[in-house]
Design a protein around this ligand. Structure first.
Ligand code: CA
Length: 428
């Protein structure tokens, strides 16, 4: 099935656009007027969740602009793509230098430093995929040196159902999990605090529009059901995982905490950063239900990703932390549209607020691993840090910060903000 190409960049993406919000014109901001991501916040004057739009170092109360008649994020997510583009245009026009709405919008602004951001919406079901072939191969080598990549990988977007109850907003800490682990020698496992605690650099794909049970979403419609993407850290307990994962996959090694960034960067905002999507030479074409011309020409997204680590000692010394790795979402083996089409091919219904994790987004090079499991080669290689400390896995007090941004010739750089979480000691 063919369909017109995705909407091309329009006037809202014009690189020369400037906002009357001065901080939005700072070349270093993640949130220039070309971005306009959505999130939820509470403030001293708002006890209930408010829908906010990030602009520079400010947040704009969407309801107070008069552009929507409610303060219901679920209703916002259900908008048709054409309605979402109209809203984006209206926000862009209201925030531009010289806008006649400046006075009304000005009254709807708060400093981001004065609000508390939450999860971007109530998360419904959470599914985690495994879309980086580089991650799958490197990790597979550690568990199965002879056959790192199982034969289904090229055909099935591998995933499992996770839990939404333990998804945390950025900035929260969580206790190091306890669980069953088993060393090779003793016959019996023990219950202990995790000793191989890890992060996973992922993107969270927020589902906006539901499909009915029994009615699959095809590739041509898949992206119409997606709101946007947000940085996502799927914390993982590698020692618990190694003992429990067969035969049904990860369980308690994954569901103790995951951290989601506050800002959802919409697919509309990402229009200038689409790229052709292709498979490595020699790989089979996906089955027809996972293939589409538009997916080949524009299905990938150029999103640069970074993992930063700030240890407790660094924090005490005022040290911002070390960048541990960089990768790019364009290197994923399955696209966002393919995840939606595959998830629903059996008739499974997605709902507004469902979260699809991409899986760890590692790049092709060894230093582009999106987890410590990869960077430390399963704990065998110690990572030196710039302040003299070292790591194989995470220690108590470590803060992991994920960052992401998009840049392309002829367009304004936009960012995804940050996804931040801190490891607290295990409960005794
Ligand atoms: Ca994961």
């Amino acid at each position: 099935m063919s369909r017109p190409l995705h909407p091309a960049p329009d006037e809202t993406h014009h690189p020369a656009l400037q906002s009357w919000v001065a901080s939005a014109n700072d070349p270093a901001t993640d949130f220039p007027i070309q971005n306009l991501p959505f999130g939820r916040y509470k403030s001293a004057r708002d006890a209930d969740w408010q829908i906010g739009v990030a602009i520079g170092d400010q947040v704009l109360n969407l309801h107070a602009t008069g552009l929507i008649e409610h303060n219901n994020i679920q209703a916002l997510m259900r908008l048709l793509p054409s309605e979402r583009r109209r809203l984006r245009l209206a926000l862009s026009q209201g925030l531009r230098v010289g806008s006649p709405q400046q006075t009304v919008f000005q009254a709807a602004l708060l400093a981001q430093a004065e609000v508390r951001m939450g999860l971007p919406c109530e998360i419904g079901d959470y599914t985690d995929f495994y879309t980086s072939i580089h991650h799958a191969t490197t990790v597979g080598k550690q568990f199965r040196p002879d056959s790192p990549l199982l034969p289904n990988y090229q055909w099935v977007p591998i995933g499992y159902h996770g839990r939404a109850s333990s998804i945390l907003p950025s900035g929260d800490s969580f206790a190091r999990p306890r669980g069953q682990t088993k060393a090779p020698d003793p016959a019996a496992p023990v219950l202990s605090a995790c000793r191989r605690l890890d992060y996973e650099l992922e993107l969270g794909v927020l589902v906006a529009r539901e499909n009915r049970l029994g009615e699959p979403i095809d590739m041509a419609q898949a992206e119409d059901h997606v709101w946007g993407v947000s940085l996502f850290n799927d914390w993982s307990a590698r020692d618990i995982q190694a003992w429990e994962y067969q035969p049904l996959g990860p369980f308690l090694s994954k569901n103790f905490a995951s951290t989601l960034a506050p800002w959802v960067v919409t697919l509309e905002a990402l229009a200038p950063f689409r790229e052709p999507f292709s498979r490595p030479p020699g790989h089979p074409a996906p089955l027809p239900y996972l293939d589409a011309a538009a997916n080949q020409t524009q299905g990938a997204f150029n999103i640069e990703l970074e993992v930063w680590l700030q240890t407790a000692a660094m924090r005490q010394a005022g040290h911002a932390g070390d960048c541990l790795s960089r990768s790019n979402y364009r290197d994923a083996y399955w696209t966002l549209a393919q995840l939606v089409a595959h998830h629903t091919v059996n008739g499974c219904n997605l709902r507004a607020g469902d979260l699809l994790g991409t899986g760890t987004l590692s790049g092709p090079l060894p230093n582009q691993g999106g987890s410590l499991l990869e960077l430390s080669q399963g704990g065998k290689q110690t990572l030196p840090l710039s302040n003299g400390e070292t790591r194989t896995f995470l220690e108590d007090g470590d803060t992991v910060v994920l960052r992401g941004y998009c840049q392309a010739e002829g367009f304004r750089r936009i960012g995804l903000g940050e996804c931040r979480g801190t490891v607290a000691p295990a409960r005794t």
